[in-house]
Write a protein of this length. Structure first.
Length: 275
């Protein structure tokens, strides 16, 4: 087995630190190629510990309307896998933060899984999550990613049986992605925190991998509620939504990201000695 690349090893260190890490998601090529790279760099400056780059796909089954629209925008401007790899390369070099990629299987299959893993590893990616990959296909991807020295995290559902969880985590490396809400991305309803606690507790019985949560973490207050049960949180739709509006949208997204970061890094409590 190939050793982890320095970028993948850095992400491991980050996700095993005492404080939950904050990830910020953006599709490659959105709002356009150059603006997207600049936005990711600003995400790093406004509190993101790691960055997640999405591969635009026309049938994003697990995503809600905001990310689906961002994907459509990127695809409409000609976004292709070359843009993804360039985005990773420039973002990793400019921010010195771990960069991970989220892609559905179909674009990876068309591009070539081994080529995809090798080019992303060379570009500085720490890992790639393919959420619609299970079973033997996931095991094969795990082997390909390991040979390139990058992580192959897996997506799990709280509806999975113990046997299904065991099978999924066996094909994972780096971390396990456990949605905070059993919904598509962009969910803004109430979170079932006791249910999340039970799910992550059950998951930790099957794996020692760090747990990263996303989906439904729509506000900084909800991030603070989820943080005790996860080693990392990824914020996507709340950042993409204002960017879709244009104008002052990017500044709104950056201000919101700062608020998320502050929610995970509460100010130290001060004590006043009695007189």
């Amino acid at each position: 087995m190939t050793d982890l690349t320095p970028h993948a090893a850095a992400l491991t260190d980050l996700l095993t630190s005492p404080r939950p890490a904050l990830g910020a998601f953006l599709p490659a090529g959105f709002p356009n190629w150059t603006a997207g790279i600049d936005t990711l760099a600003q995400f790093a400056q406004h509190g993101a510990d790691f960055l997640e780059v999405g591969v635009a796909h026309h049938t994003a089954a697990l995503d809600g309307p905001d990310i689906a629209e961002a994907y459509a925008t990127a695809l409409g401007q000609g976004a292709a896998m070359a843009h993804v790899i360039s985005t990773v390369r420039l973002t990793a070099a400019n921010t010195h933060k771990p960069v991970v990629v989220m892609s559905y299987w179909q674009p990876v299959h068309v591009f070539g899984p081994q080529r995809f893993a090798e080019e992303l590893a060379e570009a500085g990616a720490a890992g790639v999550m393919i959420p619609d990959l299970r079973g033997e296909a996931a095991a094969q991807w795990h082997t390909i990613a390991a040979a390139a020295g990058i992580h192959a995290p897996q997506f799990v559902s709280r509806r999975d049986s113990d046997a299904e969880l065991q099978q999924t985590v066996a094909t994972a490396s780096g971390w396990i992605y456990a949605p905070a809400a059993d919904a598509r991305t962009g969910f803004q309803g109430e979170l079932d925190i006791p249910g999340l606690h039970a799910f992550t507790s059950r998951l930790r019985e099957h794996t020692s991998h760090p747990i990263v949560a996303g989906v439904g973490i729509s506000t900084p207050a909800r991030a603070a509620m989820v943080a005790p049960y996860a080693d990392g949180l990824v914020i996507g739709s709340p950042l993409v939504r204002p960017l879709l509006q244009g104008g002052e949208g990017r500044q709104h997204a950056l201000d919101l990201l700062t608020a998320f970061a502050q929610a995970l890094r509460p100010a130290p409590q001060t004590w006043t000695l009695p007189a």
